[in-house]
Design a protein around this ligand. Sequence first.
Ligand code: MN
Length: 289
Amino acid sequence: MRLYCFDDLRIGVGSGSDALVDVTSLVVDVAPPLRMPALIAAWPELRGRVENASRGGDTVPIDRLRIHAPLPAPRNVIAAPVNYRRHQEEMGGAHGVYAGAEIQTIETYAGFVKASSSVIGPDEPIRLPFAERRFDHEAEVGVVIGARATSVSREQAMDHVFGYVPLLDITMRGPEDRSFRKSFDTFTPIGPAIVTADEVPGPADIGVELTVSGELRQRGNTRDLIYDIPTLVELYSAAMTLEPGDLIATGTPEGVGQIVPGDEIVLTVEGIGRLAMRVDGAVQPVRSP
Ligand code: MN
């Protein structure tokens, strides 16, 4: 199933290829930004009703709706640094983004946190805050946690995965800490929908493709992850209890590159969705650190 957050933070389930059915009544007592995590937490009880709605409810064409991030206020966004070998190669080396620097991988860095306030959906543009700094796109698969996970093993990990979402990890390059460079407002676009894990053949063969204003920049597959998705759940659930609706950014394949105001980014995650984002400059440019 495909789950959306739309208009005044209502919840919808996809029906056919271009419509949804409003299922907000199932979680109407919950504060609007927390409706999706509440639906995910209650999924064992509510799943059948959502499924019935997707087959027989009153449909609304999606292009008539304002589509928000499917998780407008995730509690935690934890992210995998340098989780593809070819991305490691392009970051260091003589001609890399950080030329001459010794770039390690997730095996050394483990993880970092993105501010949850950086999450937006396709209804908003990405805003680059500083005119004189370099900002890059990173195409990623987002993992949405289902059942609470505390120190789960790799073998049990997929029991705690609810689904997947296309995710952009927008990044400022420079010497600052990762969490600062990747946590600006609008720097974690997700959507348009969460796709439940049962609709995806498996976590180890998900294709990712990204274009900027029509030019192909990134093409990868989760089979090339250094730490695969079950290993990420094991690693991060050892550090923090993961709750329904928490989000993991799984890392980006090679091909990261600069974005500038006016660009159109299209991220396609195979079987999961197509996220189209416009890039704007700052409303009031300010000097960078
Ligand atoms: Mn990333």
